[in-house]
Design a protein around this ligand. Structure first.
Ligand code: MG
Length: 260
C-alpha cells in the first residue's frame, strides 16, 4: 500500500514537470533565420556540388604547385586522371584553407607490387604545414590483403589514430575519401586552444568519427602541436617507395566557417 502511494506521488510529479515544459506556443521555438544557402548537389556523390571549388577536374593542375618549390606541379595528367610523379615530389594546392569538406578519389594500380608501407603508399595531407611531409596525413595505401601497422593503414591518421574499419577495394578500383576537416585554433601565445578534428568516410564507410588530432604527423615519436599556423594548403604525397604510382580524380572542396 505504501509503495502504491509512492508510485502515485511520483507519477503526479512527473506529469507536473511535463506540463511545465509545454507552456507557451509551438511557434516560440520555430526559427526562420539565417536561411541556409541553396546548393545544387552533384549528379552522384563524386560530382562537385554547385558551391564547391574544383581542385582537379581531370584536365589540368592549375590549382596545384610542387610543395618544395611552389613552382607549377608536374605530376602526370592523362585521360581525366592525375598520376603521381615520384621524381617531382609532393604537390599541394596554391590556395590555403581553414576548415572544409573535401572529396577525393584514389586508385592503386592493378599491377601494384611491394608489401606493407611499400605498396601503393601516398597520403592526403589535410593541412600542409611546410615542405616535404610536414602536415597532418590521412594515409593512403593499398589495404587489400596487405598487412601493416594498424595506425598506418589507409584511413588512419598516420601514426596517430587507427581507422574504425577497413573498407578498401582491390587494386585497380577507384576508392573515395570524404573528409570534414576542422582546423586547429591557436591562441595569441601560440598554444593550441582547440585541436584539429577529422571525420573521414572511406568508400562511404565511417573510419574517423570527429577524431581529435594530437598534432601534425610525426614519423618518429609522438605528435604534438609545436607551432601555431593558419589556413594551409592541401597536399598529396609522392611516397619514396618503389611501387607503381597511384592516381587521383574528382577532387573538390567546400570551405566551412571558421571554428568559433
Ligand atoms: Mg603516406
Amino acid at each position: 500500500m505504501k509503495s502504491h502511494l509512492l508510485a502515485l506521488a511520483l507519477c503526479a510529479g512527473s506529469l507536473g514537470t511535463a506540463h511545465a515544459q509545454q507552456t507557451g506556443k509551438p511557434e516560440d521555438t520555430e526559427v526562420y533565420e539565417p536561411v541556409p544557402a541553396v546548393v545544387m548537389p552533384g549528379k552522384t556523390s563524386s560530382d562537385a556540388p554547385s558551391d564547391a571549388l574544383v581542385l582537379f577536374d581531370g584536365k589540368n593542375l592549375d590549382q596545384w604547385v610542387s610543395t618544395d618549390t611552389r613552382t607549377p606541379a608536374k605530376w602526370n595528367v592523362a585521360g581525366g586522371v592525375l598520376t603521381v610523379n615520384k621524381a617531382v615530389g609532393n604537390i599541394e594546392t596554391k590556395r590555403s584553407f581553414g576548415s572544409y569538406q573535401l572529396h577525393l578519389e584514389w586508385r592503386v594500380p592493378a599491377n601494384i607490387t611491394g608489401t606493407g608501407q611499400g605498396r601503393g603508399n601516398s597520403g592526403l595531407f589535410l593541412a600542409s604545414t611546410g615542405k616535404g611531409d610536414l602536415g597532418y596525413e590521412l594515409q593512403i595505401l593499398d589495404m587489400y590483403q596487405n598487412k601493416t601497422y594498424v595506425n598506418g593503414m589507409a584511413g588512419s591518421i598516420y601514426k596517430q589514430v587507427i581507422p574504425l574499419a577497413n573498407p578498401a577495394r582491390k587494386p585497380g578500383e577507384w576508392q573515395t575519401y570524404d573528409v570534414v576537416w576542422t582546423a586547429p585554433v591557436f591562441g595569441a601565445n601560440g598554444a593550441v586552444v582547440t585541436p584539429a578534428y577529422a571525420t573521414v568516410f572511406f568508400n562511404g564507410v565511417l573510419v574517423q568519427n570527429h577524431t581529435a588530432l594530437t598534432g601534425p604527423t610525426q614519423y618518429i615519436g609522438k605528435a604534438s602541436y609545436q607551432q601555431a599556423h593558419g589556413p594551409s594548403p592541401i597536399k598529396l604525397q609522392a611516397h619514396g617507395d618503389k611501387s607503381e604510382p597511384l592516381s587521383f580524380r574528382n577532387i573538390w572542396i567546400r570551405e566551412l566557417p571558421a571554428t568559433k
